[in-house]
Design a protein around this ligand. Structure first.
Ligand SMILES: CC(C)(COP(=O)(O)OP(=O)(O)OC[C@H]1O[C@@H](n2cnc3c(N)ncnc32)[C@H](O)[C@@H]1OP(=O)(O)O)[C@@H](O)C(=O)NCCC(=O)NCCS
Length: 205
């Protein structure tokens, strides 16, 4: 398959938001909010423009990954910048063909060259283990609420970069404080789709 990876450009924004909506719709909850998050994330200081990549097939965008910066804050007030990726999405018709893996591997390699030290994510542990992610707990990193669970994972881009960096992860509020009214208004400009409860929503992570 002739997949090409390139940086996202401004002209791609709407197409990529449509793609994100298609990829996430009804997967983790009825409907989705990832396209709305992405729409706002791009203009925030935490957004990492150099790692905002699309996958193109014959000129059509079929996948996207974006990164943002977060902070691990220790009990004694020490701060360590970390990266997190997401949303990452591939159009349903193109999933399972290695496109997501290519986007993840390519951008993590680039992140390393850009001197980022580590990536912390929330996602399906069975999927992300293959990229070397391990439970964040292993690095003594917890969520901002002090929680740990399988879906909360970390990976060092530089060996031992998370050694001695323990604490809570703080990410931008854009991921957590989603105004449902604004989301509905934003979503109403997309093609109508039915919100449903699906089997993928019951899996837990
Ligand atoms: C997750 C996603 C980006 C992966 O992209 P992709 O191109 O389908 O992935 P690849 O082809 O590189 O890898 C496919 C493998 O990932 C697995 N996989 C994909 N999504 C998965 C998920 N949510 N949970 C567990 N495994 C998953 C597939 O079962 C397949 O496994 P196999 O290699 O053992 O057969 C894509 O499936 C997608 O957009 N999903 C919906 C949105 C989403 O869940 N995004 C990630 C949020 S954490």
């Amino acid at each position: 398959m002739g997949i090409e990876l390139r940086l996202e450009e401004e002209k791609d924004h709407r197409i990529v938001e449509e793609l994100t909506r298609e990829a996430f719709w009804n997967v983790y909850k009825p409907g989705c909010d990832e396209h709305f998050v992405l729409h706002h994330l791009r203009s925030l200081p935490c957004f990492v423009r150099e790692l905002d990549f699309v996958a193109e097939l014959n000129g059509m965008i079929v996948g996207n990954i974006v990164y943002s910066k977060g902070t691990v804050l220790s009990d004694v007030g020490r701060e360590q910048e970390v990266l997190s990726f997401g949303p990452v999405g591939v159009l349903p018709a193109y999933q399972g063909q290695g496109i997501g893996s290519r986007l993840i591997k390519h951008t993590m390699e680039l992140a390393k060259h850009l001197d980022y030290k580590a990536v912390v994510i929330f996602g399906n542990s069975a999927y992300y283990q293959r990229f070397g992610f391990e439970a964040a707990q292993k690095f003594a990193i917890s969520t901002a609420q002090g929680k740990n669970f399988d879906a909360f994972m970390a990976k060092e881009l530089v060996a031992d970069s998370l050694q001695g960096i323990s604490g809570r992860l703080y990410m931008d509020e854009v991921f957590f404080n989603i105004d449902q009214e604004q989301l509905e208004r934003y979503d109403s400009a997309f093609p109508a789709r039915e919100k449903k409860v699906t089997i993928t929503q019951l899996k837990g992570d």
